[in-house]
Design a protein around this ligand. Sequence first.
Ligand code: SF4
Length: 261
Amino acid sequence: MDTANLDTKCRNGYFVGKSLNRYHQWQTMDGINAFNRTLAEIYASLRFLADSGRRGFDCSPESLAKIENWGRAPQYFAESLEDIRSDLGECQRCRLARERNKIVFGDGNPGAKLVFVGEGPGFKEDQQGKPFVGAAGELLSRIIQAINLTRNRVYICNVIKCRPPENRNPRPDEIETCLPFLERQIEAIRPDYICALGTFAAQTLLNSTAPISRLRGRFHNYKGIKVLPTYHPAYLLRNPEKKRDVWEDMKMLMKEYRYED
Ligand code: SF4
């Protein structure tokens, strides 16, 4: 990687990340020499940071995206989220365009290892143009914190990008029309994991008609990406006794995420 084009903060993060990446490689290598080399690299990187006056790390979404992607396969040929958003434009492709206020495209780390996919925007999301910002959004934030992540390390989006009137369920033709944009988002991000929140997200991604109660609790496959369905946070607000099930799902996700981190 040519570090000359990175700003100073990113370059600093790059050196530390590279060293940590080497540490991962060392875990699969034999010999004290590899260990010593890794330690020396970490020391040199931290020394470089200290000498250049750094007392912390840049945690901007852009830097986190870069760090998150170290060691992952380059995403050749994938279009960017900006390209997809631009193609979506002021979409009028289905009837939901008539009453929406704002399109809710998605939010978070464009290089996320974990993507949360919900059903569709609610009232507050429609007002603000961001996913999961109401009470259900706060609960989702707490769930993300509980698995030791933050919202700016993951990506959050929905199956449909516009709010259905009166928060009714999305209709099959609306899902079918909007789905290609979600598929392109997933292709652009190429996460290792998807957490499908609720019935519509799980059934749509898994092309299944099974209820969420049967789909949750285990990993499924979507184009080589591990998909873990669980209950939607809005459902949890109405049925708090289901939080235990979601916590079991999150523990499973956390274990896999850490194992491959
Ligand atoms: S729901 Fe999707 S397809 Fe329908 S208008 Fe909104 S962005 Fe377009």
